[in-house]
Design a protein around this ligand. Sequence first.
Ligand code: NAD
Ligand code: UGA
Length: 459
Amino acid sequence: MKVTKICCIGAGYVGGPTMAVIAKNNPNIKVTIVDINQERIDAWNDSDVSNLPIYEPGLAEIVEETRGKNLFFSTEINKAIDESEMIFISVNTPTKTYGKGKGMAADLKYVELCARNIAKVAQTDKIVVEKSTLPVRTAQAIKSILDHTGSDVKFDILSNPEFLAEGTAIQDLLNPDRVLIGGESEDAIESLANIYGSWVPQAQILRTNVWSSELSKLTANAFLAQRISSINAISELCEKTEANVDEVAKAIGMDSRIGPKFLKSSVGFGGSCFQKDILNLVYIARSYNLQAVADYWEQVIILNDHQKRRFADNLISTLYNTVSGKKIGFLGWAFKKDTNDTRESAAIYVADHLLNEQASIAVYDPKVSDSKIQSDLNYLNTRSEEENSKLIQGSATPYDALKDAHAVAIMTEWDEFKTYDWKKIYTQMKKPAFIFDGRNLLDKSTMEKIGFEYTSIGQ
Ligand code: NAD
Ligand code: UGA
């Protein structure tokens, strides 16, 4: 099928950047990103691209170049579905919070709503592309909905999972390690491969069956997260044995069979996907009664929760077993640097634990607002909104957040944290002045020379 118009349902962290890069590299294809969230679409259409709803290095420039030419943002979902030959489903697939599979399975209601909407609106044949991360065999459910419309419109379903990481999304999209397309119809697969082929070498475009493609996405995230939990497990052992986790990571990473990436020990991984996708994998394994498989992958999450918890516990015990009424300055709230995304950030859980101990927290993050910090904590429902807003506040500058603090907790690895005037920070803090570096970002000996009591992970 010749594709001249693409619709993407879901203008989020995946839909926005992915479609912007497709539009940039395919100037003859009209790409329309639609969403039910009017506020989000308005932000994507803001004439000042610094107000886009998503912060990603390089994204604003591409949106500026393509928007209004062949890239459009709209809430007119039906119109975009109707006119497009290819429709990407890029909506959220969070962990279920109710009913069967609560806390484990992926909630597919948004995906199903999209499929039903496509079924209702489509008058001409369509290629429907699963871009969202979905449990293996979801394509079957989508196909079943689309095959029962009563019309003779033909739908081909493809799985095309996204592997971008936030903070480097544009680079990942422009230079992907691979693009994965799973499907039955060769013609549909080649239509999508041609779109990527305008900038990705064909050898890097893998064609598989749908189920391998769906399962590869969950497996890739599980393997990446497993590496972090593995090195974090070793970090605790390092702390007991005077080994240094960064030295261990370097030593094992130089083994070409292991490789150096994803071995950075930290306060624990966050982000919208690792936990959700592993829980989903565990749920699927259990549903096939594969208990050993499920237990194996579940341990990655258990270790990650342990790592967040022990960071908070260590901070409390070092501050003479109480943080009640003490000011703790957080540097970073986003789940990693170079993004404004805070979903499942370790900072949220560490803060919640410290607030239970009546700490008072001031947060500085270059891209996260006070209202986002409040809503992240309110979402946990641990205490009232009033209590949260009394106990934790976002600060306008790092120096405000750390003034008169008993301790600094580094939660995100933003580069700018390394450039601060740490001598000035030291003079303005309560003494002894503690740093708990959850990202091993600062130089231990420099900080100790200034006078800080410095604790990092796995050292
Ligand atoms: P997101 O929450 O940022 O965006 C999803 C968007 O879909 C929201 O704006 C929401 O309003 C919209 N939406 C929901 N239902 C809709 C409907 N029926 N009609 C129209 N719009 C609807 O989510 P995201 O981070 O972009 O993730 C999307 C999918 O991609 C998930 O399955 C996720 O697992 C996967 N994924 C995410 C990343 C990432 O880095 N965030 C990377 C790879 C894959
Ligand atoms: C991850 C994957 O890397 C992407 O390939 C995938 O597409 C995406 O999930 C998804 O499906 O959503 P993302 O979560 O955006 O991307 O970011 P990562 O760079 O993977 O970082 C995830 C978390 O792990 C962050 O909290 C990060 O700080 C932490 N991390 C990462 C470590 O603690 N140590 C490391 O060595 C690497």
